[in-house]
Design a binder for this molecule. Structure first.
Ligand code: NDP
Length: 482
């Protein structure tokens, strides 16, 4: 049995109390490794290592920091096969997806911020006529905490860590206890890349124990968190009285608006992905699909036909489109929503049942599920399910589509399918979301701001936004004599 230890001060170490959690393989429901169940004292150790490393790391030249980040990116790339296999095993996602998306993106995160830091600059403001010059110092915060979820494990873990260390901070980071494996493997890569000891410390354990200890730590000055809205609210309540800097990337229930004038075939194939990629476990999935009434029946027929061709199965199989859901409890949660949908009068057009995969009978497999609903306010259309479940609803007018799209507590992303430029411009302004994709989905340029409005989060990641979050701006004001 493999033991996933903490990575503290450049070494793999056992949790102080030698307490371990089971780690499951979702594809077969078996425990295949043990995870450190870290306590407050482990977090304290990680903090101390980070605090010790900070003075030197924050003084490292930009060039040196950049080189190390790019070396980490290269090593992730060189270990693509191992890391992708680990991610698929830990999360249940198709190996092909981990290879094409998760691991390449983890590498890109380090490469991007390794380069971005060389271009990060601050402003100067001359108070003309007053013999005064102001400039802005952007200084690293110190020790920061990064907490990430299970759906895109290494992808989201590194999305936080890379800008934090690029900006000169030292980090105490916790991946989800549900998917710790690639974060564990990252430790070795950090050592190989020559990242100084203590700059990045990875502690494993549960959210309420290990995560909470990071958030509560009085000397950890900023928290970058991605996860559910309820957890985000709890973290905000804990951190606010301590005046910590907070970046919260939370849940979504994203609308996918389809107008009759769109490029129908492209829309159909991308909508398949935006509905069910990663078993629908992406915060950006378009789980509420609104279709213009004139093409509603045609869309229903074509979409059901396409979805019925998706292969649910062994994540290792190259032909698999949909792997296992991440855990038994998550599978049960998603199933409970299918039941709720039926109670609410929703019509299951496709799916709704577990799938038994040969030789993997105890894995957490579920059919992709399409539900036609009548009421925009039904629970299944308002609450985040975070699984392979979408709702369909027709609309008559643009105004009606917009009102339904915005009538939800979340505001992460929205997708718009139309070839009408005027409509694109109007709706892009009025959709309540941090990202609007027009005739595309999950199209990401890492320089762009990323985040949500309403209950989908506070703050922005991506590009210089992330580097700004991980630094404190200080105004230096100098007067001089002529
Ligand atoms: P959770 O909120 O349950 O957990 C996220 C992370 O927080 C995990 O590492 C978890 O640890 C930890 N955690 C839990 N409780 C606490 C606590 N009290 N203090 C500190 N940390 C804690 O989310 P999930 O992992 O279930 O992820 C799914 C959610 O993430 C969905 O709502 C999804 O929309 C959202 N998400 C948002 C994204 C965005 O960019 N806006 C992107 C991806 C996902 P552990 O798992 O060990 O309990």
């Amino acid at each position: 049995m493999q033991y996933l230890k903490n990575y503290i001060d450049g070494d793999y170490i056992d949790p102080i109390e030698n307490d371990w959690l089971d780690n499951y393989n979702p594809s077969n429901g078996e425990v295949y490794s043990k995870i450190a169940k870290s306590k407050k004292a482990d977090v304290e150790n990680a903090y101390r290592a980070a605090a010790k490393a900070f003075p030197e790391w924050s003084n490292t030249t930009i060039d040196e920091r950049s080189k190390i980040l790019i070396r980490i990116a290269d090593l992730i790339e060189q270990n693509l096969d191992t890391l992708a296999a680990a991610e698929s095993k830990d999360n249940g996602k198709p190996l092909s997806l981990a290879k094409a998306v998760d691991i390449p993106r983890a590498s890109s995160n380090f490469r991007f911020f390794g380069n971005a830091i060389t271009q990060f600059a601050s402003e100067a403001h001359e108070s003309v006529g007053m013999n005064t010059m102001n400039y802005t110092l952007r200084q690293p915060i110190g020790v920061v905490g990064c907490i990430s979820p299970w759906n895109l494990p290494l992808y989201l873990f590194t999305w936080k860590i890379a800008p934090a260390i690029a900006a000169g901070n030292c980090v105490v980071a916790k991946p989800s206890e549900v998917t710790p494996l690639t974060a564990f493997l990252l430790g070795e890569i950090l050592t190989q890349a020559g990242l100084p000891k203590g700059v990045l410390n990875i502690v494993h354990g549960t959210g309420p124990e290990t995560g909470q200890a990071i958030v509560e730590h009085p000397q950890i000055k900023a928290i970058s968190f991605t996860g559910g809205t309820a957890t985000g609210a709890h973290i905000a309540r804990t951190a606010a009285p301590m005046f910590k800097k907070l970046s919260l990337e939370l849940g979504g229930k994203n609308p996918n608006l389809i107008f009759a004038d769109c490029d129908y075939d492209k829309m159909l194939s991308v909508t398949l992905k935006s509905s069910f990629a990663n078993q629908g476990q992406i915060c950006l999935c378009g789980s509420r699909i609104y279709i213009e009434a004139s093409i509603f029946e045609k869309f229903k027929k074509d979409f059901v036909a396409k979805v019925s061709e998706l292969k649910v199965g062994n994540p290792k199989d190259a032909k698999t489109n949909i792997g296992a859901l991440v855990s038994k409890s998550h599978l049960e949660k998603v199933e409970s929503y299918i039941k709720i949908a039926q109670e609410e009068g929703g019509v299951i057009l496709f799916g709704g049942n577990r799938v038994e995969v040969k030789n993997l009978e105890n894995g957490y497999y579920l059919q992709p599920t399409i539900i036609e609903i009548k009421d925009n306010n039904c629970r299944v259309n308002q609450e985040e399910i975070f699984g392979p479940v979408v709702t369909l609803m027709p609309f008559e007018t643009e105004a009606e589509a917009l009102a339904m799209a915005n009538d939800v507590k979340y505001g992460l992303s929205a997708t718009l399918w139309t070839n009408n430029l005027n409509r694109t411009m109007r709706l892009s302004k009025k959709l309540e979301a941090g990202i609007v994709w027009v005739n595309t989905w999950l199209n990401r340029d890492l320089r762009t701001p990323f985040g949500g409005v309403k209950e989908s989060g506070v703050g922005r990641e991506g590009g210089f936004e992330a580097l700004k979050f991980f630094t404190e701006a200080k105004n230096v004001c100098i007067t001089y004599e002529n």
